[in-house]
Design a protein around this ligand. Structure first.
Ligand code: FE2
Ligand code: FE2
Length: 162
């Protein structure tokens, strides 16, 4: 569906096809790759921005790059999980912004979409940035739920074998 939307793809392709961006296919995030997650966030944010006659082009570019942090966040199963998660929540938008600037020219709105997407750790300053922040959280809930379901099935399968 996403790949058949020519309006979306015209803006998204130069980023999606970039070699550095393709690296995100190998980085797992919630239930899938960061690449798939970012594409989904960008597509649904764009649909909303376009419908409400907002700057949908900046929405696509900013959303595609919002998690362009290029490392796997490892969750430790200790008391450090909470502090690690908070650190990651605060730092990855800035790392994503730095990486994005290395490869792409961003306008101010796109920069704020990336920096502000982890509200309340960042502050969205435009409607477009609020949309991306909201869509990102909305999609993450489904991805976490799907991941949880898969893990539960796996556990059940192990018990059934034993
Ligand atoms: Fe993020
Ligand atoms: Fe995200």
């Amino acid at each position: 569906m996403i790949y058949f939307d020519y309006r979306f793809m015209e803006v998204a392709s130069p980023i999606i096809e970039h070699e550095a961006y393709q690296e995100m296919r190998n980085i797992k995030h919630h239930d899938e790759s960061v690449f798939d997650h970012s594409l989904k966030v960008a597509y649904y944010s764009y649909k909303f921005a376009y419908k409400h006659e907002l700057d949908w082009e900046s929405t696509i570019r900013g959303a595609l790059l919002h998690d362009f942090f290029l490392y796997k966040f490892k969750k430790s199963l200790s008391f450090r999980l909470i502090t690690d998660s908070i650190n990651h929540a605060m730092s990855h938008p800035l790392i994503a912004l730095e990486n994005s600037k290395k490869y792409f020219n961003l306008n101010e709105k796109e920069e704020n979409i990336i920096k502000g997407h982890m509200f309340p750790f960042g502050i969205p300053k435009t409607k477009e940035a609020w949309i991306v922040s909201y869509v990102d959280k909305y999609i993450a809930v489904f991805e976490y739920a799907s991941n949880f379901k898969k893990m539960a099935y796996k556990k059940q399968a192990v018990y059934n074998v034993e």
